[in-house]
Write a protein that binds this ligand. Structure first.
Ligand code: PLP
Length: 390
């Protein structure tokens, strides 16, 4: 396994050595963060230190951070028709989501299906702010209030959304805005205040923390959402259940380091660009998705017409290179990506989409290995085509 090349960081970044070291140490320790004895107090101190680190990663107040089991639980919790504002009930009649959201958001969370509306995106996958503005104006004129959910960066294409502008538009119509920042943190600077989003959601395993831990970050401290999980009063009554102290500690360590990773992103972008250039050199017919928009420095979504993602993935895997087709989050099945279809990509081409996502630990040798395997996979395709034509 040692010579494998891992180019699937958006599915899950390798766990950082510092996180592994912290977990090895803390797994041997006992203590429930709600207990008053010394063991409990130690666990509580570790949880609160991690809360400060996660808040610092997005420039928020630690009091606004609630730990959850990951990005999905965070999203489902905040996509709620019932909120509080200044302690008083605040109800939303509609949820407006962009057409390229992760399924954790696209499914609408706690809203009934008929209260969820989709806002279109352009060919690069950037949300249509005019359409958002128009729909919010119409709802407001009807006396209805909306919650808007717009991701900060897309998991498949890396395309970065104009969240600050969307938040201004939303607030202008009395709406509130959630941003799924799961793929953005650690890759682009994220400042909750500058973004203007009321609430952000995060996941540890995309930044080299453990899987199964995430957070909700309330940037607007006037607002609060009723818990999704009810029971005990953990997390200041915001999320019941004994805290996953180890996961939280690992998340805290990863958050602190992820903030430093931003310095490495110019080098990451340069390697991603070399991967993109290698694809286009070998296959000038390849299509890069979101090429006309601002993208994360680490992500490339590309398709070679006629080279099915399924075939390519298997060939890459056998050659020791792990990458992904569209979204790899779920079933392991290669279906046409809903994100690409929403961008107007034809189904046949969408079925050929490959996602290459890298990180600060990706090396020049990894880039060279990708280029070499890609050449071979493409040559096999050309040969197959030639023999079919003969
Ligand atoms: N949001 C985005 C943009 C994601 O990419 C993912 C996971 O891939 C999630 C949410 C869900 O996060 P988690 O895997 O922690 O539930």
């Amino acid at each position: 396994m040692t010579d494998r090349v891992y180019l699937d960081w958006n599915a899950g970044a390798p766990m950082r050595a510092s996180v592994v070291a912290r977990l090895s140490d803390s797994l041997g320790r006992t203590g429930n963060a709600s207990s008053v004895h010394e063991e409990g107090r130690r666990a509580r101190a570790a949880v609160e230190a991690a809360r400060r680190s996660v808040a610092a990663l997005v420039g928020a107040n630690p009091r606004g951070v609630t730990f959850t089991s990951g990005g999905t639980e965070s999203a489902v919790t905040v996509l709620s028709p019932q909120w509080f504002h200044g302690g008083r009930p605040l109800a939303f009649d509609r949820l407006l989501v962009s057409a390229v959201e992760h399924p954790a958001v696209a499914r609408g969370g706690r809203f009934p299906a008929d209260a969820v509306e989709t806002v279109p995106v352009d060919r690069d996958g950037v949300v249509d702010l005019g359409a958002l503005d128009g729909r919010l104006a119409a709802l407001a004129a009807d006396g209805r209030r909306a919650l808007v959910s717009l991701m900060l960066a897309n998991n498949e294409t890396g395309v970065i959304q104009p969240v600050a502008e969307a938040a201004r538009i939303a607030h202008g119509h009395g709406a509130m805005l959630h941003t799924d920042a799961v793929q953005a943190v650690g890759r682009i600077p994220v400042d909750a205040g500058a973004l203007g989003a009321d609430v952000l959601t995060l996941s540890a395993h995309k930044i080299g923390g453990p899987q199964g831990i995430g957070a909700i970050v309330r940037a607007n401290d006037l607002v609060a959402v009723p818990p999704l999980l009810t029971g005990g009063g953990q997390e200041g009554q915001a999320r019941a259940g004994t805290e996953n102290t180890w996961g939280i500690e690992g998340f805290g360590v990863a958050a602190t380091e992820a903030a430093h990773d931003l310095k490495a992103m110019a080098a990451v972008a340069e390697r991603r660009d070399r991967i993109e250039a290698a694809v286009l050199d070998t296959a000038p017919e390849a299509v890069v998705f979101g090429a006309g928009a601002a993208r994360l420095p680490n992500t490339l979504a590309v398709a070679v017409p006629g080279l099915s993602a399924e075939t390519a993935l298997i060939a890459f895997d056998l050659a020791g290179v792990a990458l992904s087709s569209g979204s790899a989050c779920s079933s392991g099945k290669v279906a046409a990506s809903a994100v690409l279809l929403a961008m107007g990509v034809p189904t046949d081409l969408a079925r050929c989409a490959l996602r290459i996502s890298i990180g600060p630990a990706t090396t020049d040798a990894d880039v060279a290995r990708f280029a070499e395997v890609f050449k071979k996979v493409h040559a096999d395709l050309t040969k197959r085509r030639g023999s079919r034509a003969a």
